[in-house]
Design a protein around this ligand. Structure first.
Ligand code: PLP
Length: 374
């Protein structure tokens, strides 16, 4: 079976981890500092704070920009968000005591429909969450203009939180995600392009948010002062969301290799783009010249998905839609909305293996199987 996901672990990772485990310092220390320095270099933004998962990062990001509410503090406050994502994105809204307001999906990109988003901004909007689905960047330039209009109309500018869990290696207007003026969160979970075992990264657009993020990821306590001799006051309570040196060592060991991982995902995707264009019963997602997807997954829309999946399964190819739409879960039934764009595509989305482990022969087999029909 050609798998849909694999853990990208560099050869030198076990030795790097063993060195940390035996070093007497396994918590947040020198390895975390080094990992952050290298990540900041790669992204081109010095304001990066590692955390123990992207979920924690999104939770922290929302907490930072909405002021740190508990349930009931702000009964009307809502966050505009996409229903097509890992549940992690949206459950952090509920964990922050805020309401979900679903934004429809653009069937062409599988990202949020920015027209629908513009319509739904209101005085109740506390933040906006977008996901770069599969790694394909949301049109951040257009989103910025929408926020300009909202600011002129309502007198405030909602903060955008970009869930870039799929987007390590994606670029928008030639620059990596995390450099476009919003709060951006990456995931270093087991099967993402760059893994730290588990882990995440919050990238901040200004120094004030950056300083608060570093404090609030660890109880609100300043780790840069000698806490035993000189216990600092905590002015704002925080979480236990920090990364450990064990995870940072895994991330560091994988960092350089992640470039090759992403490059292979992109190369396989370019092959599919070329070879699958025009196949009857199948529609590829949109590509735009001003952005490049990291293709964590390769989504497309097919007629009769059940038959397609059966055919691929018979041919030894693992396929899946990967993320179920979130809005139909019982846990969020209070926020149900009409989402015609999502309705149009949800039952047709399927992803085929595109990752670094897919060989030339395997991708040819995948294309040949699809071209035979299902
Ligand atoms: C993987 C993923 C997350 C969660 O990442 P963790 O690091 O596992 O917490 C969030 N959003 C999306 C879109 C993801 O794919």
């Amino acid at each position: 079976m050609i798998p849909l996901f694999q853990v990208p672990m560099a050869e030198q990772a076990p030795a790097a981890v063993a060195a940390v485990i035996g070093s007497g310092q396994i918590g947040q220390g020198a390895k975390v500092v080094e990992f952050e320095r290298r990540l900041a270099e790669k992204i081109g933004n010095p304001r990066v704070a590692t955390v123990n998962s992207a979920t924690a990062g999104l939770h922290l990001a929302l907490h930072l920009v909405t002021g740190g509410l508990t349930r009931g503090d702000d009964p009307d406050g809502e966050v505009l968000t996409t229903p097509l994502t890992m549940e992690a994105t949206n459950w952090t809204i509920l964990a922050n005591g805020l309401r979900i307001r679903w934004v429809d999906i653009d069937p062409a990109t599988l990202n949020v429909d920015l027209d629908d988003l513009a319509r739904k901004i209101s005085p109740k909007t506390r933040a906006i969450m977008v996901v770069h689905f599969a790694g394909y960047p949301v049109d951040l330039g257009r989103l910025d203009k929408i926020l300009d209009e909202a600011e002129a109309r309502f007198g405030f500018r909602p903060t955008v939180i970009e869930d870039a869990a799929h987007g390590w290696g994606s670029t928008y207007q030639g620059k990596p995600l995390g450099t476009h003026g919003n709060v951006t969160v990456f995931s270093f979970q087991a099967i993402k392009h760059l893994t730290a075992g588990d882990g995440g990264l919050v990238v901040l657009p200004n120094d004030e948010l950056f300083e608060r993020a570093k404090l609030l990821r660890w109880f609100g306590v300043d780790r840069t002062v000698n806490r035993l001799r000189n216990p600092p006051d905590v002015t704002e309570w925080g979480f236990k969301f920090h990364m450990t040196d064990i995870n940072a060592a895994i991330g560091l060991a994988n960092l350089e290799w992640s470039e090759h991982v992403v490059a292979r995902h992109k190369a396989n995707a370019a092959f599919y783009d070329r070879e699958l264009a025009g196949v009857p019963g199948l529609e590829l997602t949109q590509r735009s010249a001003d952005r490049e997807s990291s293709f964590w997954i390769y989504p497309m829309k097919v007629d009769d998905r059940e038959a397609f999946m059966k055919r691929m399964d018979d041919a030894g190819v693992m396929v899946s839609n990967v993320h179920e739409r979130n809005d139909l879960h019982t846990a969020v039934r209070d926020y149900a909305a009409l989402l015609p764009g999502l309705e149009q595509v949800a039952r047709g989305i399927v992803c085929v293996p595109v990752g670094w482990w897919v060989t030339d022969e395997q991708r040819e087999h995948i294309v040949a199987t699809i071209r035979e029909g299902w």
